[in-house]
Write a protein that binds this ligand. Sequence first.
Ligand SMILES: NC(=O)c1ccc[n+]([C@@H]2O[C@H](COP(=O)([O-])OP(=O)(O)OC[C@H]3O[C@@H](n4cnc5c(N)ncnc54)[C@H](O)[C@@H]3O)[C@@H](O)[C@H]2O)c1
Ligand SMILES: N[C@H](CO)Cc1c[nH]c[nH+]1
Ligand SMILES: [Zn+2]
Length: 427
Amino acid sequence: MKTIINPNRKIWASILKRPTQNMENIELTVNQIFDDVKRHGDAAIKKYTELFDGASQQCNMVTEEEMELASNLVLEELKRAIKLAKSNIEKFHQAQKTDKLEVETTPGVVCWQEKRPIEKIGLYIPGGTAPLFSTVLMLAIPATIAGCKDIVLCTPPNKEGKVANEILYTAKLCGIDKIYKVGGIQAIAGMTFGTKTMPRIFKIFGPGNQFVTVAKQLATKYGVAIDMPAGPSELLVVADQSAQAAYVASDLLSQAEHGVDSQVVLVSSSEAFIKRVQNEISKQLLDLPRKAIAEKAISNSKFIYMQQETDALDLINAYAPEHLIIATKNNDYFVDNILNAGSVFIGNYTPESAGDYASGTNHTLPTNGFSNVYSGVNLDSFTKSITFQNISKQGLKNIGPAIELMAEAEGLQAHKNAVSIRLKDIS
Ligand SMILES: NC(=O)c1ccc[n+]([C@@H]2O[C@H](COP(=O)([O-])OP(=O)(O)OC[C@H]3O[C@@H](n4cnc5c(N)ncnc54)[C@H](O)[C@@H]3O)[C@@H](O)[C@H]2O)c1
Ligand SMILES: N[C@H](CO)Cc1c[nH]c[nH+]1
Ligand SMILES: [Zn+2]
């Protein structure tokens, strides 16, 4: 683990490049699978499920009996933990509901905006290297609060063609019953085109590996919306001597264990502190069941000494991390000035894992620098705003002449006429 000392701004982009695989190869695979699923529907999905997940299945839908059985197999203690997380996630997302916004812009001209749910949505739950049942909570809860009606869930099966009990239990708890044992690119393609067994949906939500993320991006070319690119997990920690090296190491490892292409970064104004964190990482790694994955991700990670807080802030904003932990003497400076981050965790007692599971915020967040333009999943992700207006006779008298003038100046006579014909009747 090497420390980079006060890197020059010119090399920020190159040192902070994400450890993604060759995207061109992935795009090629994604295009081929999309084409195949578009032409051959379920048969193609079956073929790729066998190829990538090693599962041979006759039916790709989870049955009611499977749901029931799975729910009975989840330990009561874990069920209680899931329910606590559900309650907090519900509270935070319920509070995101906003009232109807109404403004009388000119006397007699009333404009308002109302939110309506997206009708048909698809939730992708990662399951390649770990069955992320917490993601079911993060997607199904806001979808239900927003009022989405047709919800399907896709997740990869294991080699026996089964989905983890915890995913099925959590889905049942959240009222989701249309579950497809399909993952990866083939799941995204299935929801994009629709097949005999899978419906075509309007918007796809959820995180995934690079294959899933590139597939979601391709889905947009076929008229399906997506929440955002939410790929391999990332964490940037900015910490100084006031932080606990062991805590910081545990946070960095928490995101490193997601996958070999995860990226974690430490920025600190103390070289001695960085050294302590690196030593702690080496120690803590030894006990991790996913040691090999975390070790590979750590090898791609960056430890950066930044003498000046102002430079550190600029670097963080340029990197636009998915998660940002702030543990410094001067937390307020970073909190007040951060521009680009998916979700921020403040102080020594706010591990990033809290947001992954149970504090209430959503863990489906933009990666790969996209937090400079995208928000993480929230209640609004599941709705669209419709504007309405109702203009009285007096209202049209008030703004009509301005509309007539503007329409004429744009050379759009029919637009002007639509106002003039009414004004003639009123006056
Ligand atoms: N950004 C976020 O909000 C967020 C949240 C949770 C998890 N994540 C990330 O989600 C990812 C989950 O990844 P995962 O792999 O465990 O599960 P996954 O479900 O995303 O992907 C597994 C699927 O990938 C496909 N696949 C695997 N290798 C392939 C290949 N060579 N060619 C084509 N398809 C292939 C298979 O179909 C497999 O079912 C991790 O990278 C994790 O960091 C991100
Ligand atoms: N850290 C992931 C988001 O990048 C979310 C997650 C789910 N389970 C554990 N972690
Ligand atoms: Zn995580």
